[in-house]
Ligand binder design. Sequence first.
Ligand SMILES: [Ca+2]
Ligand SMILES: [Ca+2]
Ligand SMILES: [Ca+2]
Ligand SMILES: [Ca+2]
Length: 137
Amino acid sequence: MNNRLIAAGMVTLALGGFGMVGPVSAKEVSAAEFMAAANTNKDNTLSKDEISAYAKKKFTEIEADHDKTLDQKELQGRVGEAGLAAADTDKDKTVDEAEFVAYAGKLFDKANTNDDKTLSMKELETPAGEKLRMLLH
Ligand SMILES: [Ca+2]
Ligand SMILES: [Ca+2]
Ligand SMILES: [Ca+2]
Ligand SMILES: [Ca+2]
């Protein structure tokens, strides 16, 4: 009985927190998991095409209310406010598929520090790589 009450309280707390756009939490996926999920040709690196394809897939998954854009709520836990502003290039407060894929591409370029057209595991561990993993987890 007590446990049930505690559980109910926790659910309430969790739901209450939904309205807040806090800093992005540690809900991200590890570099290894991300690599395994997005690296479709299994060459142990991520190309921009792989990231674009993965971003499109994720967009469809995240876009829950089918209005063709991602709002702040749908992007919860994936981008912070600065990230949302950076992704939303037409400043309509939502991120459409083109903006989402372009933003993933931008993070790809930032993370690709050696400019070799692919992301290695090591590059996925950089701050920009972490943002990319966060966005597309
Ligand atoms: Ca690959
Ligand atoms: Ca939507
Ligand atoms: Ca927009
Ligand atoms: Ca690279």
